[in-house]
Design a protein around this ligand. Structure first.
Ligand code: TYD
Length: 201
């Protein structure tokens, strides 16, 4: 079972994933928690290049290709082997992030980004939880952090565009993507997610 978590900045994905992991381990599942961009040695090195605030000259196309490269490495090195071992894989972001941020947010278009992610499209998640947060709420939550990356620092209009991108993806993949309210507390999001998982696992 391959489960991914998506959402805008400050949607609480990371905290929610930690709780889902605990709940699944309690139920006796073997779980691998991982994240994108990154999740393996090489993929984490690509992550540094993409997210470094100093790299303001990265073009949108280069950004999309780097995310795709990092994803391919992560998929082959970590995700596929874990799935083959029968583990439940919980991944913080996956190809939907590239579709929302690069295809829609950066206006690169669905075609270019999906071609670059051809390999990932052959290994799609069974379920994707999209944690929907209003950009003004999400950005307020992350303001307190002192490690804001190049994408966190984008204008609110960019984050609004990314959110619209996720809405388009919800229409395109209604079976796979489940929308979760992330404007309240972690507990509210977690309850909604566990209800769905109890039905589907
Ligand atoms: P990260 O610090 O992992 O943020 P978050 O906690 O929000 O997941 O940074 C990842 C950033 O990269 C985030 O702003 C989303 C962005 N991103 C893309 O633009 N495209 C992608 O394909 C992925 C995986 C992430």
């Amino acid at each position: 079972m391959f489960i991914t978590f998506e959402g805008g900045e400050g949607s609480g994905k990371t905290s929610v994933i930690r709780e889902v992991e605990k709940a699944l381990i309690k139920k006796g599942y073997q779980v691998l928690v991982t994240r994108e961009p990154g999740g393996s040695l090489v993929a984490e090195q690509i992550r540094q290049v993409i997210l470094d605030s100093k790299n303001t000259s990265i073009t949108p196309a280069t950004e999309a290709l780097l995310f795709a490269a990092s994803r391919t490495q992560h998929l082959e090195e970590k995700i596929i082997p874990a799935l083959n071992e029968g583990k439940v894989v919980l991944c913080d972001r996956y190809v939907d992030s590239s579709l929302a941020y690069q295809a829609y947010g950066r206006d690169l278009g669905f075609d270019f980004v999906s071609k670059a992610n051809n390999f990932a499209f052959k290994h799609m998640p069974n379920i994707t939880f999209y944690l929907d947060v209003l950009p003004e709420i999400g950005l307020k939550r992350i303001k307190k952090r002192d490690d804001l990356n190049r994408l966190d620092k984008e204008e609110i209009s960019f984050h609004e565009k990314v959110r619209e991108g996720y809405f388009k993806l919800l229409e395109m993949y209604p079976e796979r993507i489940v929308k979760i309210n992330a404007n309240e507390t972690i507990e509210v999001s977690l309850n909604e997610i566990m209800k769905v998982l109890e039905e589907r696992l």
